[in-house]
Design a protein around this ligand. Structure first.
Ligand code: AMP
Ligand code: MG
Length: 426
């Protein structure tokens, strides 16, 4: 485990007081380690989990050559370029039942999708492309089929002994189906990571508290909780913690004793006259960053230690929109790495801005946007109103974040911009 100073020394141009947003990922990737503990889970509970090993196919899928269509199976060598082919139907092969007869020259077999292709037959004429040609005879017009058409090969999906899924795959719906197609009822996955989170600040109310002057309800904890739940983390909710040394110390040590990562919000900005930063420093190895970005400039990162056990710390700013932006941009990729997941490149959509956007070069800006398809099918993005970093309603209306990169300047109407879509991420 490297100290923050050691990590910093490995990175070129690291400046905690003016850190580029696109440099944060590299730092955090060196700060956190993937978990290695594993467990075997039922496939019914495997969705979202991370595969512990490469998965090798124990069988071939499909297990035999079979028909891709309802139609007539025959030996494709009989096809001629300029003449129809007339064939006598000698039987019917249904899916799931082996057909044991013989099909000779001039003959074919009525076959259903998924039924085994008998030996010697390699082509299927789809039912709708054939014409009746008398009692138990069909005609295949010339020029519509090539030998080998509409046959699926044994193992064309997965071949026995070949890797089916790579270690570190997050199991989505297709992967779960694929594992089932191999006949596997259970799968080895990495253990889930435990994430403790709490909100800080004397002005923060928990749900159920009576409103009082100057106080606001804690939205951050609920946003963070929902973000973590989507990642499949084990959640340790430590509530709202008062800005008092004892309360903060207890929260941090409890968190570090149980969790792999700690996420806090609030109390990390420059002007804070509070104990949050001091306690982070006291209990761990923590850097306080000013990131060249908007929203979300201040952030604390590092490790908190309790009884010799260390947990990664992500001290997010207090503003609700900054919490979400810093989580999506920095914390999420770091947690995925801790979960043992393969790095997933952030796929950004390109959309034309419907408005002019002011942007200062020299920092990364995130704006809440709604992407729609224009009448001509191209994608357009509009900002969702008030972009203040405390305004959650415009975040709730958005379906993505417009990412205005570090060196980028003003955006004119119609310019293409990058958008990080929430669906699939949030
Ligand atoms: P701070 O980073 O602590 O200076 O907080 C910045 C702003 O975010 C202040 O207006 C806080 O009241 C607000 N804030 C901090 N934590 C929360 C929270 N958990 N829920 C809602 N707003 C918060
Ligand atoms: Mg505060």
């Amino acid at each position: 485990m490297k100290s923050l100073d050691q990590i910093a020394a490995q990175l070129q141009g690291y400046d905690p007081q003016a850190l580029r947003a696109d440099a944060v990922g590299e730092f955090l990737a060196r700060l956190v380690e993937p978990v290695t503990d594993r467990e075997r889970v039922s496939l019914f509970d495997a969705g979202g989990r991370v595969l512990a090993d490469d998965l090798i196919s124990p069988i071939s899928v499909p297990p035999h050559d079979n028909s891709a269509m309802d139609g007539y199976a025959f030996d494709g060598a009989q096809l001629q370029a300029d003449a129809p082919l007339d064939l006598t139907v000698v039987g019917t092969a249904l899916a799931g039942k082996a057909w044991t007869g013989r099909v000779g020259p001039g003959q074919c077999l009525k076959i259903m999708t998924g039924a085994i292709m008998p030996a010697g037959l390699d082509t299927v004429a789809p039912q709708e492309l054939t014409q009746p040609a008398g009692e138990a005879r069909i005609r295949i017009p010339p020029g519509i089929l090539r030998a080998g058409d509409n046959r699926r090969f044994r193992g064309e999906d997965l071949m026995q002994g070949q890797p089916a899924l790579a270690k570190g795959t997050r199991l989505g719906p297709a992967a779960c189906g694929l594992i089932a197609s191999l006949g596997l009822p259970e799968v080895d996955v990495l253990r889930r990571i435990k994430v403790a989170y709490f909100s800080t600040g004397d002005e923060i109310l928990s749900l159920g508290d009576a409103p009082r002057e100057g106080a606001v309800y804690d939205s951050n904890r609920h946003t963070v909780r929902a973000l973590l739940a989507r990642l499949g983390c084990e959640l340790i909710d430590l509530g709202v913690v008062r800005d008092e040394p004892i309360a903060l110390e207890q929260a941090f040590t409890r968190a570090a004793a149980q969790a792999d990562a700690i996420i806090t919000s609030g109390g990390v900005s420059v002007g804070e006259a509070d104990f949050t930063k001091a306690m982070m420093k006291q209990l761990g190895d923590v850097a306080f960053w000013k990131i060249a970005m908007r929203p979300g400039r201040p952030m604390a990162v590092g490790r908190i230690t309790s009884d010799g056990r260390a947990a990664a710390l992500f001290g997010l700013p207090g503003n609700p929109v900054a919490v979400m932006v810093t989580f999506l941009a920095f914390v999420r990729p770091a947690l995925l790495r801790m979960m043992g997941a393969q790095p997933e490149p952030m796929v950004l959509l390109k959309a034309h801005s419907t408005e002019r956007l002011r942007k200062k070069p020299g920092r990364t800006e995130y704006q809440r946007g709604i992407v729609r398809a224009a009448a001509d099918g191209t994608l357009q993005v509009s900002i969702t109103g008030n972009q203040g970093s405390g305004v959650l309603s415009s975040m709730a209306q958005a379906n993505g974040l417009i990412v205005l990169h570090h060196a980028q300047g003003d955006v004119a109407v119609g310019d293409e911009v990058d958008v990080m879509m929430f669906e699939g991420v949030v």
